[in-house]
Each structure stands twice: as structure tokens, then as C-alpha cells.
Design a protein around this ligand. Structure first.
Ligand SMILES: Cc1cc2nc3c(=O)[nH]c(=O)nc-3n(C[C@H](O)[C@H](O)[C@H](O)COP(=O)(O)OP(=O)(O)OC[C@H]3O[C@@H](n4cnc5c(N)ncnc54)[C@H](O)[C@@H]3O)c2cc1C
Length: 409
């Protein structure tokens, strides 16, 4: 019987182990924490956004070939993934229609984590928790896996599903990435993604707690990302889906000497023409009155100050230069930012092992036979909305299926 060792009982690893075992392999799942799947437990605010209800593949981000990425994701279509959770694991999913997200109907992330690991046990996966892998090495056509307690295990195939660098207290500390690097894999630079941005701008720091829907664009010399969605002022800066989904563009300009990315915000659904209309004289209405009709009061005041427009000015007396400045602030205002919350708050890591290093059908390393990679160790991530689990499930399944096969095509 083919022996497969899966390293990491997170999202990708538990899925890989399930498919390796159902493919007929003697499967051992090694996990450094006591219980595994800790990121699943904290995901989606404890509700676990298992999948998107609709997927736009162009939203994934990679420095590798986007076509390769699409090929990998398409290996397990969304409808089949959904059916696996609902029919095979028996976890009914419920759509949050406004956000196009799928959650377990129980709204409990624990049901997803436990459902996966219980099913893995049922199909014969053996599990060894509190077992940290410190090295893997190809030996005599197979693999040796070394644990931190000195144990060395042998396998025909090894699946690395150790995750990225985000929220390291969930167990993913980058050890797997180091092992893959040591085995000669090309690594695209890693960075915190889906992470809040910070600012020292006193006017905006004062708005902590205000949330609204905006359109954000982050632009650097090399990259651009735009997202319309929730925006939240925090004590130190900004969060919410729109910020998280464009944050990687900003974060990446902090690493080198490139000029900082510019982040621009359209604060309401109104564009330039609509604001021209809204700022036309209207009885005794002041400019503050016009803004408060569309924006939270404190934000309206802060934006008037940014545009250097007197808040009590009646619309009948608003000068042309003031109107243009104000519309500019409202429609494409600069969002001041100086930093980011990094890996301690990042939902994912960007970068990782180049996708060209793996066979997109099997997830087998092109450098080492019998070594399979899946999940966040690979150079890909998606936006908020279930995309990152979708990546973990799809790559985990492909790796598990292929690792179980004796003669890999
Ligand atoms: C706060 C938060 C909320 C999120 N919410 C969502 C969401 O709702 N929807 C979504 O799609 N995505 C979400 N994500 C992203 C998602 O959790 C990750 O993309 C996904 O978990 C990655 O799966 P993975 O299996 O590659 O890595 P992980 O889930 O991180 O699993 C890696 C596992 O490997 C183990 N491990 C690491 N090194 C070793 C070693 N040397 N030896 C043994 N074991 C090891 C770790 O302990 C861990 O259990 C969220 C992330 C965070 C941080």
C-alpha cells in the first residue's frame, strides 16, 4: 500500500488527507498544534466563509502565470466543492446573498473543522497531533520526514500543506516554506495580504468606529487593485473588505524603495456629475447639509476640512474652486496611509512557491518526484469571500488524489 504523509492539518492538508485515503493510500496526517484547523476556527468571524457562491477567477492574485492558476482552481469546480461539503460531509451551506458568500447553515466554523477531520478519520486517515515536522528529505526513491522529537518517518509521497505566514499563532509559521526553499524551489517574495492599513492622520484616527460602503483604488508603479465594499475606520487606520482586498498593493510598496502606493477613495455611490447636482443651491441648505445627506456626520465634517471648505457655507455661496475641491475629495480623495497591520492581522500571505514549480494537474513538485504542495504555501491568494478556502480545498484535493496513485502520469 502506498504510504502518504500529509504535513499540516489545516484546510488544504485535511482535504489532501481525505482524498489520499479515499484514493487507497495509507495516509498519515501530521500536525504541530494539539487539534489542527485553527485558521478554519477563526475564519469568517467564527462562522467560516467556506466558499464563494459565485467565483470570478480574475480576482485571484499571483506573481506566477494567471492561466496556470485558473487551471489549478478549475480542477475542482465550485459546484462540486459545494456538493462535497453538503452531500459528502453533511454540512449544509447557506448563501449570504448580498456578499455572495457561503457559510455553514449552523454558522459555526467548528462544524467545518470538525466535519473535515472526523470524515478524514472515517476514511482511514491516521492523525498525529503535536508533531512538528522539522525536515523532509528524498531518500531512495521515497521520503523521510523528521519530527522535532527525533522520530523519522518514511513515506512514498509527502504532501506539504503547512500554510503561509499569517496569524502564526494558528500554527503556520513558515517552516514549510523554508523546507521547500531548502529543497531548491523558487519562491516569489512573500508579503502580508488582506491586512488592515494604518495611518497617523489625526482627523481620520478620530473617526474610529464609522463604517460605510466605498470604492477604493490602490495604485503603485507595478500594480493596481480596485474594490467596492465595506470600509471601517479603526483606532489606527482602516479595515473592512474594500481595504483588505486592495491592501497587498500598498503593502508591497513598503518592502522596497518604490514610492508608496497611492490609495484613492470614492466615499459614496455618487460620481462627479451626481455631486455637481447635489451641491447645487437648494433653499438655505449648507454644504454640511448636502454632505450629511450622503455620509455619516463626523466623516462629512472631516472631508469638508480636508477640502478646506467652510462647513457653514450655504450652497448658494459655494465658490467654483471650493466645489471642485470638494468633489475631488469626495470622488477621488487621497486616503492617507503610512503602514499596515502585517501578518498578525493578515488573512493570508501573498507570494510563495512559484506555480511553475508544480504540475497543475497533480500539484507534484517539478523538482522532486513524490513531493506535493497545496494551499497557502503556493503563490496565490484571493479576495475576501471564500476564495482562499476554495484555493485550499481545490489544491488539497488535487494533491491528495495524485499522491495516492502509484504511477503518477
Ligand atoms: C482571521 C482569518 C480569517 C479568515 N477567514 C477566511 C474565510 O472566511 N474564508 C476564506 O476562504 N479564507 C479565510 N481565511 C484564509 C484561510 O484561513 C487560509 O487561506 C487557509 O486556512 C489556508 O489553508 P492552508 O491549509 O494552506 O493553511 P493553514 O490553514 O494555515 O494550515 C496549515 C497547518 O499546518 C500546520 N503546520 C505548519 N507547519 C507545520 C509543521 N512544521 N509541522 C506540522 N504541522 C505544521 C499548522 O499548524 C496548520 O494547522 C482567513 C484567515 C484568517 C487568518
Amino acid at each position: 500500500m502506498r504510504r502518504v504523509i500529509v504535513v499540516g492539518a489545516g484546510a488544504a492538508g485535511s482535504m489532501a488527507a481525505i482524498f489520499a485515503a479515499t484514493g487507497g493510500a495509507d495516509t498519515l496526517l501530521l500536525e504541530r498544534t494539539r487539534d489542527g484547523g485553527r485558521k478554519i476556527l477563526i475564519s469568517g468571524g467564527g462562522r467560516c466563509n467556506v466558499l464563494p457562491s459565485r467565483v470570478d477567477e480574475s480576482r485571484f492574485v499571483t506573481d506566477s502565470s494567471p492561466n496556470l492558476l485558473k487551471k489549478i482552481v478549475r480542477a475542482w469546480p465550485l459546484a462540486e466543492q459545494r456538493a462535497f461539503f453538503e452531500d459528502t460531509l453533511g454540512i449544509p451551506l447557506e448563501e449570504e446573498t448580498e456578499s455572495l458568500k457561503l457559510f455553514p447553515a449552523s454558522h459555526k466554523a467548528r462544524d467545518v473543522r470538525d466535519g473535515l477531520l472526523d470524515y478524514a478519520r472515517r476514511v482511514g486517515v491516521r492523525m498525529r497531533m503535536e508533531s512538528r515536522v522539522i525536515d523532509i528529505a528524498p531518500v531512495d526513491g521515497g521520503w523521510e520526514v523528521a519530527l522535532d522529537d527525533g522520530t523519522v518517518l518514511k513515506a512514498d509521497a509527502v504532501i506539504i500543506a503547512t500554510g503561509g505566514l499569517s496569524v502564526p499563532n494558528t500554527g503556520s509559521d513558515g517552516a514549510g516554506l523554508n523546507m521547500l526553499k531548502a529543497l531548491g524551489h523558487t519562491m516569489h517574495p512573500t508579503y502580508a495580504a488582506l491586512t488592515p492599513l494604518t495611518t497617523t492622520d489625526a482627523a481620520f484616527n478620530d473617526l474610529s468606529g464609522i463604517s460605510l460602503t466605498v470604492a477604493l483604488t490602490a495604485k503603485s508603479a507595478k500594480q493596481q487593485a480596485t474594490w467596492r465594499g465595506g470600509f471601517l475606520f479603526t483606532h489606527h487606520g482602516y479595515s473592512g473588505p474594500s481595504v483588505l482586498n486592495v491592501s497587498h498593493v500598498a503593502v508591497r510598496t513598503r518592502a522596497g524603495h518604490a514610492p508608496a502606493a497611492k490609495v484613492q477613495v470614492q466615499w459614496t455611490a455618487l460620481g462627479e456629475k451626481e455631486w455637481e447636482e447635489a451641491l447645487k443651491p437648494h433653499g438655505a441648505r449648507t454644504v454640511t447639509g448636502a454632505l450629511r445627506a450622503e455620509l455619516p456626520d463626523r466623516l462629512a465634517s472631516a472631508l469638508l476640512a480636508k477640502a478646506n471648505v467652510e462647513p457653514t457655507r450655504p450652497l448658494t455661496e459655494l465658490r467654483r474652486d471650493e466645489r471642485l475641491r470638494l468633489i475631488d475629495t469626495l470622488v477621488r480623495g487621497d486616503l492617507p496611509w503610512q503602514g499596515d497591520e502585517g501578518y498578525k492581522k493578515a488573512e493570508v500571505m501573498g507570494g510563495g512557491v512559484a506555480l511553475s514549480e508544480i504540475d497543475p494537474r497533480t500539484m507534484e513538485s517539478r523538482r522532486h518526484k513524490g513531493l506535493f504542495l497545496c494551499g497557502e504555501v503556493l503563490d496565490a491568494f484571493g479576495p475576501i469571500g471564500g476564495y482562499n478556502f476554495m484555493w485550499a480545498w481545490a489544491t488539497g484535493r488535487s494533491a491528495g488524489v495524485a499522491a495516492a496513485v502509484r504511477d503518477i502520469p
